[in-house]
Write a protein that binds this ligand. Structure first.
Ligand SMILES: *Cc1c(COP(=O)(O)O)cnc(C)c1O
Length: 363
């Protein structure tokens, strides 16, 4: 039973729709649905169930997340994006049929030394310029040779990750060129994976996906455009609607302020609504005055500082606002990207940051 009306509505049909839209855009290739971080905050179980019929594989961040995906009933290919560092984890990979990423020497040694009853499919990650995870390009062939000669390896997907695909940046073309060169010159791998959501849409990083190319899509599946450059008209449907009720209304005279720090002051008589959504729910405290929200079908703006359990909005222009009215903080009407901009952050951060005390309601 939830007494507080605050909730994140999760639309399974939106996730399905987005997966199908992504499939049309990618024109071939394989789709890896990324469900790390509790399905980008949507709940791993609803995310996995919605995606299962529409993807060729899924990806989790680390072992605990991969096990949660298996527990939700998914039996298909499942990649662990940070890979494994111990023999115990590799044994679970074998038992649960998981594919670890191998991004460094320690992980490769671990695989070479493991005693597995049957071999694993692994993803070898090469660094083409992001310098976060991955092998230096000049060591890639040697790493592939070692994987090929290990009894614990049945096949290899060669992967790399883009650092700037969501924006225009000269490194996009250079990363793409380096990955192309690697895929031409290296031998001993069976499949490729280069693109994330933004990489699929960015003209500088696109290429026609071949049958053995995997797109690793996260944000797009949840209905949010990752790219600031794309001219592509997306047909995405946001899968999360963050909603909270009005729990108080106050009339402010000109010169009166609302909330901590008195960070917003009425420039004329105003009506302010208090909403049951705060930073402990995952709404960003950094959000500026004027950050959009919607109530009674009308766009309103944040007024004053976000506190732990509540925030305040200016509803002066909205007719008939009452206690109990739903306020959309982001979703189908309020673009989470705009909220992210107003809080100097990104959509990924907001979606994954919705906290455990906000019930996820499947609609
Ligand atoms: C999270 C992640 C993705 C998915 O990124 P989106 O931008 O959400 O599509 C792809 N690849 C790797 C290696 C990741 O860690």
């Amino acid at each position: 039973m939830h007494y507080r009306q605050t909730r994140a509505e999760i639309s399974s049909s939106a996730i399905k729709h987005n997966a199908n839209w992504v499939r049309r855009i990618m024109e071939g290739g394989k789709l890896l649905g990324v469900v790390k971080a509790d399905g980008y905050g949507h709940g791993v179980i609803p995310a996995v169930r919605a995606l299962e019929p529409h993807v060729d594989g899924m990806a989790a961040g680390f072992m605990e997340e991969a096990l949660a995906v298996r527990e939700s009933g998914y039996k298909g290919p499942l990649v662990i994006l940070e890979g494994c560092f111990s023999a115990a984890e590799l044994t679970i990979c074998y038992e649960q049929d998981l594919s670890p990423v191998v991004h460094c020497e320690q992980q490769l040694e671990c695989i070479e030394q493991a005693q597995l009853r049957s071999p694993l499919w692994v993803w070898l990650k090469i660094d083409t310029g992001m310098h976060r995870l991955g092998w230096p390009q000049e060591q890639a062939q040697q790493a592939l040779n070692r994987l090929q000669s290990s009894n614990n390896v049945s096949g290899v997907t060669l992967m790399s990750h883009l650092a700037n695909a969501d924006a225009e940046h000269s490194r996009n073309a250079s990363q793409k060129q380096q990955f192309n060169k690697l895929s031409d010159t290296l031998s001993g791998y069976q499949a490729l994976s280069f693109h994330n959501s933004a990489g699929l849409l960015n003209p500088d990083t696109q290429w026609p996906l071949q049958a053995n190319d995997w797109l690793r899509a996260g944000l797009l599946l949840y209905g949010v455009n990752p790219s600031s450059v794309t001219e592509v008209q997306t047909e995405l449907q946001p899968a999360m609607r963050l909603v909270a009720p009005v729990i108080a209304l106050h009339k402010l005279e000109k010169g009166e302020s609302v909330g901590y720090g008195s960070a917003w002051t009425a420039d004329k008589p105003r009506v302010v609504a208090t909403v049951a959504m705060g930073y402990a729910d995952g709404y960003p405290r950094q959000a500026q005055n004027g950050t959009p929200a919607m109530v009674r079908g009308q766009r309103v703006g944040l007024a004053g500082r976000v506190s732990m359990d509540m925030l305040t909005i200016d509803v002066t222009e909205v007719e008939g606002v009452q206690i109990g009215d739903d306020v959309e903080l982001w979703g189908q009407n309020v673009d989470v990207r705009r909220v992210a901009d107003c809080a100097d952050t990104i959509s990924w951060h907001l979606l994954t940051g919705v906290s455990g005390r906000v019930p996820r309601v499947i609609v």
